[in-house]
Design a protein around this ligand. Sequence first.
Ligand SMILES: Cc1cc2nc3c(=O)[nH]c(=O)nc-3n(C[C@H](O)[C@H](O)[C@H](O)COP(=O)(O)O)c2cc1C
Length: 337
Amino acid sequence: MITPALTPAELQLAGRGTPRLLRCRVLQSPLAGVSDRIFRGLVRRWAPDALLFTEMVNATSLELGHGLQKVEELALEQGPIGVQLFDYRPAAMADAARRAEAAGAFLIDINMGCPVKKIAKKGGGSGLIRDPELAARIVNSVAAAVSIPVTVKTRLGWCGHDLDPVSWCRQLEDAGAQLLTLHGRTREQGFKGHADWEAIAAVKQALAIPVIANGDVNSAADALRCLAATKADGVMVGRGSMGAPWLVGQIDAALSGRPVPEAPGALERIALAREQLLALVEAKGEHGLLIARKHMGWTCSGFTGAPQLRHALMRAPTPADALALLDRASGELSHQG
Ligand SMILES: Cc1cc2nc3c(=O)[nH]c(=O)nc-3n(C[C@H](O)[C@H](O)[C@H](O)COP(=O)(O)O)c2cc1C
């Protein structure tokens, strides 16, 4: 079979089944408590081809059934979405991966970077950095369980000394990972300090599988600088997209040589906050307001009156109160404009 040549924006991922094509070299990171179906729907509006991820899903929660909604809702969505799993038990991970594949996952990503103590102490998330043999067994058993590609998202290492990201990432490649996303910080750093793009460059040079650079990519200009510094196959955006679901699309446009869409102005931001609030309340009832608060706080920024609006939104007792605040702010801005 002749494989058509890939364009510079495309990336091919091998699984045990048919290879999967990524048409976009910027990925939206998994963000626990943030990258739910509603957030992904907004990101998708600007980035139709980008690979997006679920929030990390615990393998046990799929086994017990209460995490199933997080993968079953993939059926409602368009475009490639990876399911990110975490656990420390190879068989549970393989079982969860099968369920995610059946629900329509584009690929399975294994979380080997989460710094949360409760998870790492048990040996999941970044805890696997300290047990490369177990990490390899997990990759192996997940890759044997599904035919879609299996990828890993990890960090440079556990802490500053005894750091050897190249050996660590090679072990993951040898175990069968088909793509690696590398966050250029250690577990010890958490989210502090600067991401070390040079260290990512060294790993990229050493590995044959695609490497995605992650850490401190907050604009199209950052993405271009990061790709130049790391020679990575793509970039993944995390915190920069919180409250800015248009960022992945802007970066995609910049990397593909298309005109970069403008970031939405004040009225559009308020309209987005409103839409997200309504969708969250519809999906989750009153609890949706609590989730919407942080999104509204991020999205309603960068315009006159935004700090006062955020302050009031954080205290709005009901969804109706929050909606009234958004509508009033929108009305006032329209008057001024
Ligand atoms: C609120 C929040 C939730 C996160 N949740 C996850 C997660 O579920 N899985 C994961 O692999 N990384 C998670 N991360 C890490 C990000 O995906 C990303 O690797 C990190 O923020 C570095 O990228 P950035 O500098 O672009 O933010 C999370 C980060 C934040 C701030």
